[in-house]
Design a binder for this molecule. Structure first.
Ligand code: EPU
Length: 356
């Protein structure tokens, strides 16, 4: 870590992001319990100082110039997970602090017999970040199991509980992502997330073709939840989507672009097509990038940033990249796809202090 911090001990965001990018921060504090998070954010807001609430840093691209405000880094509190016996015997309600590592919760859920997030195994980051972009993979998304989100409303300066149907969940989106406070952060700071899980050791119906095939079952069938977790971890590892410090293919922010949703007539011939309820179609950003001439492993001229050798949609730091190297790659790909197909890819990670 010494190469990521300067000799004066100033924190650099490169030490706290999975892309290992981002310059120095003004001030760095840690917060665990909801009251600590609220106090830290509130103090900065009242002083009109910019604040960045940082979870796992797995969905964040920070400029080389860094962030002059205060970073509030979330850590798990003393009581990270609270289980409430609900009125329904087949279900369990579990409230999890924002700073808990997401995959630790998934592992615990599978071990305890809480069903509904097993396909979300191996995703980096913290629990509090999951409602913000409605994290999803392999046929599940957190909107299916989240019953409520406890937040600090920075505009109204009060805590409130937002029920699932008021979260505005969509594909990789929510009101927590859409409603901004300033450039560095959303209006709502997530403090805790309440999930309602089915009880059992059998997974939810498997809704992703590649996962069903790996498990040797039909799409829509179930399997032991522990097997689903193992299969997802295997699939993700094969795509470089499980963090491994020794493997530059995993120095990414996961998928860099969302899968575009277009009118059926705008779909390029041969492109994957997932029909949406409203008549539009979702297509594959990875496919578009590949067909626009950017194969797995493609690099910018310096060689410092490039596409993962395992998945076209992951933009990666090959070890010595700057944020500018990575952004140059992202722009080249966005422009190349637009020129070839007339579709403009939209970044999925949050950009701090920089733009495409
Ligand atoms: N494809 C390619 N080249 C590749 C990879 C994929 O052409 O290198 C095409 C294929 O047609 C393939 C299709 O893309 O059938 C889908 O690929 P994949 O199953 O890998 O999914 P994805 O659409 O690329 C999405 C999510 C991932 C999530 C996976 C699995 C988005 C933006 N990404 O990726 O989420 O893990 O599905 O469910 O929705 C993330 O959000 O950071 C993320 C990693």
């Amino acid at each position: 870590m010494s190469d990521l911090q300067n000799q004066h001990g100033i924190e650099r965001l490169a030490a706290h992001t999975t892309l290992r990018l981002g310059g120095p921060v003004g001030r760095f504090v840690r917060a665990a319990a909801p009251a600590e998070i609220v106090a830290a954010v509130r103090a900065e807001d009242e002083a009109e100082q910019p604040v960045l609430v940082l979870g796992g840093g797995s969905n964040l691209v920070v400029a080389d110039a860094g962030f002059s405000g205060t970073v509030v880094a979330l850590t798990p509190p003393a009581e990270p997970v609270r289980v409430e016996a609900g009125s329904h015997p087949g279900r369990v309600q579990v409230t999890v602090a924002a700073g808990v590592e997401w995959d630790a919760l998934v592992a615990q859920a599978v071990a305890e017999g809480w069903v509904g997030i097993e396909a979300l195994s191996g995703i980096p980051g913290t629990v509090g970040a999951t409602p913000v972009q409605n994290v999803g993979a392999y046929g599940q998304e957190v909107a299916q199991t989240i019953s409520a989100v406890r937040v600090w409303d920075r505009r109204e300066r009060r805590e409130l509980t937002v029920a699932n149907d008021a979260c505005g969940f969509g594909y990789r989106s929510s009101r927590f992502k859409a409603e901004r406070y300033d450039d560095a952060g959303g209006r709502h700071t997530v403090l805790a997330v309440t999930f309602t899980f089915a009880r059992g050791t059998t997974s939810a119906p498997v809704a992703y073709t590649e996962l069903a095939r790996t498990l040797g079952i039909e799409l829509g069938a179930t399997a032991p939840a522990a097997e689903v977790r193992a299969a997802v971890l295997g699939l993700r590892a094969g795509k470089g989507m499980v963090l491994d410090p020794g493997d530059h293919d995993t120095w990414s922010a996961g998928s860099f672009f969302t899968n575009p949703i277009v009118a059926p007539e705008a779909l390029p011939a041969g492109a994957p097509s997932y029909p949406q309820p409203d008549g539009t179609v979702k297509t594959s950003a990875a496919w578009l990038i590949d067909r626009a001439g950017f194969a797995k492993g493609y690099r910018v001229e310096s060689g410092r940033a490039g596409l993962s050798t395992k998945h076209t949609l992951a933009l990666t730091n090959r070890g010595a990249a700057s944020a500018e190297d990575l952004l140059a790659l992202a722009r080249e790909i966005r422009d190349g796809v637009r020129a070839r197909f007339g579709i403009t890819l939209v970044n999925e990670p949050v950009l701090l202090g920089c733009r495409l």
